[in-house]
Design a protein around this ligand. Structure first.
Ligand SMILES: *Cc1c(COP(=O)(O)O)cnc(C)c1O
Length: 329
C-alpha cells in the first residue's frame, strides 16, 4: 500500500479517505507518504466504507479512496467507483482480507484498481510476512522498481548470467521485495488455498446456523452479488441481551480456552489519530457503537469439526450463564 501510494503520486497536501473500521496499517501508509488520512464511518451491516460518508468527506484536496474489504466481504466497489469517477479520485483497495473474495463475479484484485493483499501469518494465504499488489501494468511496473531500492527494472537480474551490473535509480525506493524462501511457502499455500477456503466457508456456515436465531447475536451479513472470503467471522453482541459486555464475553471465551479476537479498534480510538486529527466519537456513530459489540470467533482452514463444536458450546455456555431473564407478561 505504501509503494502503491508513492507510485500513484499521493503526497503532502493530499487527503486520502479511508474506512475508520480498519487496521492501523491502512492509515499509517497514508501518513508515511505525508498525506492526510480522512477516516469515515461504515455501513452497519458489513462494517465496510459507507459511500454516503465518503461523498460527505470529499474536499478540494481529496486524491484517493482506500476501501477495506472488511472480514473478507467486498466493499461496495460500484458505488465507490462512481464517486471516484465523478470527483476524479483514485482508488487503492486494502485487500488484506480479500483474497478469495468476489465482487459481481470479479475476484478481488482482478478489477480495474490496484489492490494490496497481505500474506501475514493470520491471513487467508500466508508467506509468514509479506504481501502482493495487483493492478494496472503501469502501476505494477512502477511499484516493482520502488520495492527494490528504486533500481531500474533490469537490476532484478543483475546476478544472473544474462544480467548487467549497470542500473539506474530514478527515485529512492524501499526494500519491500518478497524473499525466495517466503515465495516457496506461498506456492505451497497456493496449492492448498481452495481447500482452506472451502473449510472457511463451512465454518462460517456452522457458526451462522448455530447463532443466527439467538437474540443475543447478530451474525455476519453477505450482500447480494458478492463472494465472501471469510477471513474473519465477526459476531455482533446485541446490547442488553446478556448481563455482560463484550470485554467480559471475551474473557469468558478465553477461560474456556477459545482464542477469540477483536477486529478492529477503530482509528478514531487510537491515540495518534485521535489526537492529531481531533477525531470525535460522534462523527463515527456506527463504528463507535460496534467497537464495543464485535467479537471475532476462531476462523481458519485448519479448524476441525470438533473445534467448531467446542466454540459453539463455549458460546452457549456463556450465554446460559449470563442471559438476562425475561419476566413473562
Ligand atoms: C493485516 C492487515 C494489513 C497489514 O498487513 P501486513 O501484511 O501485516 O502489513 C492491512 N490492512 C488490514 C485491514 C489488515 O487486516
Amino acid at each position: 500500500m505504501h509503494s502503491a501510494l508513492v507510485a500513484m503520486g499521493i503526497g503532502p497536501g493530499d487527503e486520502v479517505i479511508t474506512s475508520v473500521w480498519t487496521f492501523c496499517a491502512t492509515a499509517n501508509v497514508i501518513e508515511h507518504v505525508g498525506a492526510k488520512p480522512v477516516p469515515v464511518d461504515v455501513d452497519s451491516d458489513t462494517l465496510n466504507l459507507c459511500p454516503n460518508e465518503v461523498e460527505k468527506a470529499i474536499t478540494s484536496s481529496t486524491r484517493a479512496i482506500i476501501p477495506v474489504h472488511f472480514a473478507g466481504h467486498p466493499a461496495p466497489l460500484n458505488e465507490l467507483n462512481s464517486i471516484a469517477e465523478t470527483h476524479g479520485l483514485k482508488i487503492l483497495e486494502d485487500a488484506a482480507h480479500g483474497l478469495g473474495a468476489h465482487y459481481e463475479g470479479t475476484p478481488i484484485g482482478g478489477g480495474q484498481h490496484p489492490a494490496a493483499f497481505s500474506f501475514y501469518a493470520t491471513k487467508n494465504l500466508t508467506t509468514g510476512e509479506g504481501g502482493m499488489l495487483t493492478g494496472p501494468d503501469e502501476l505494477i511496473e512502477a511499484t516493482r522498481v520502488l520495492t527494490l531500492h528504486g533500481m531500474s527494472r533490469e537490476a532484478w537480474s543483475r546476478y544472473s548470467n544474462s544480467g548487467s551490473w549497470r542500473y539506474d535509480v530514478a527515485s529512492p525506493g524501499f526494500k519491500y521485495n518478497m524473499t525466495d524462501v517466503q515465495a516457496a511457502l506461498g506456492l505451497v499455500q497456493l496449492d492448498k488455498f481452495d481447500e482452506l477456503q472451502s473449510r472457511r466457508h463451512e465454518v462460517a456456515h456452522a457458526y451462522t446456523q448455530a447463532f443466527s436465531d439467538h437474540p443475543a447475536f447478530q451474525t455476519p451479513v453477505t450482500r447480494h452479488g458478492v463472494g465472501h472470503a471469510w477471513h474473519l467471522y465477526v459476531l455482533k453482541l446485541r446490547p442488553g441481551a446478556l448481563s455482560i459486555g463484550r470485554d467480559e464475553f471475551f474473557e469468558e471465551l478465553r477461560a474456556r480456552n477459545i482464542g477469540a479476537s477483536v477486529h478492529f479498534i477503530p482509528l478514531h480510538q487510537l491515540s495518534y489519530y485521535q489526537n492529531k486529527y481531533d477525531l470525535k466519537p460522534e462523527n463515527f456513530p456506527i463504528a463507535t457503537r460496534y467497537a464495543d459489540q464485535v467479537i471475532s470467533l476462531p476462523m481458519h482452514g485448519g479448524l476441525s469439526r470438533q473445534d467448531v463444536t467446542d466454540v459453539i458450546e463455549a458460546v452457549f455456555s456463556i450465554v446460559n450463564k449470563h442471559q438476562r431473564l425475561h419476566v413473562a407478561a
